[in-house]
Design a protein around this ligand. Structure first.
Ligand code: SME
Length: 174
């Protein structure tokens, strides 16, 4: 299967996201492994969406003391922070709240974790299983970073939440 990203036209953002969501679903259709699926999905998002410097997932794990935290998973971009405490940074906050956080200016977000100083704005979407309520359904976060201020708005939120739901439903999670 080969994917070309040249045809996405985000001048009509909603349409661009609709096409991207369709292609993410097609890309993951024959595989259930969460690592393979998040690797391929983040690669497609990174190639398709304009003005990004990092796209990846963080998934729940535990530290040596048994405390729950996030650990980096498949991503595209520069090497990233490996572990993030629950409640810390944009990712840890989205994980605890289990809701999307849009940050127009990362320098104005209290507790933002700067992995790549190029990042100026960011959106973090929780990955939530539809078949399990509450924290039991939390399987990770999708983090998308941009070198442009206020890169992400409501259409990005809706588009990425739809894509996050596709990734979750297409995969088996640990
Ligand atoms: N900025 C994130 C950390 C992850 S990296 O940007 C890849 C945060 O504040 O949670």
């Amino acid at each position: 299967m080969s994917f070309t990203t040249a045809h996405y036209d985000f001048t009509d953002k909603a349409r661009g996201y609709a096409e991207l969501a369709r292609d993410v679903a097609a890309l993951l259709a024959d595989e259930r492994d969460w690592i393979a699926n998040t690797a391929n999905a983040t690669a497609l998002l990174y190639a398709a969406l304009p003005d990004l410097n990092w796209v990846g997932v963080y998934v729940p794990t535990t530290d040596r003391a048994g405390t729950r935290e996030l650990i980096v998973g498949p991503f595209q971009g520069k090497p990233a922070c490996v572990r993030i405490a629950m409640g810390r940074g944009v990712c840890g906050t989205a994980a605890v709240r289990r809701e999307t956080i849009v940050v127009p200016d990362v320098n104005a977000f209290d507790g933002h974790i700067a992995c790549d100083t190029a990042s100026q704005s960011e959106i973090v979407v929780p990955l939530l299983r539809a078949d399990r309520p509450g924290d039991a359904g939390f399987v990770g976060v999708l983090d998308v970073d941009s070198p442009r201020l206020a890169r992400f708005g409501e259409i990005d939120r809706a588009g990425l939440e739809r894509i996050a739901a596709i990734i979750v439903a297409a995969s088996d999670w640990p």
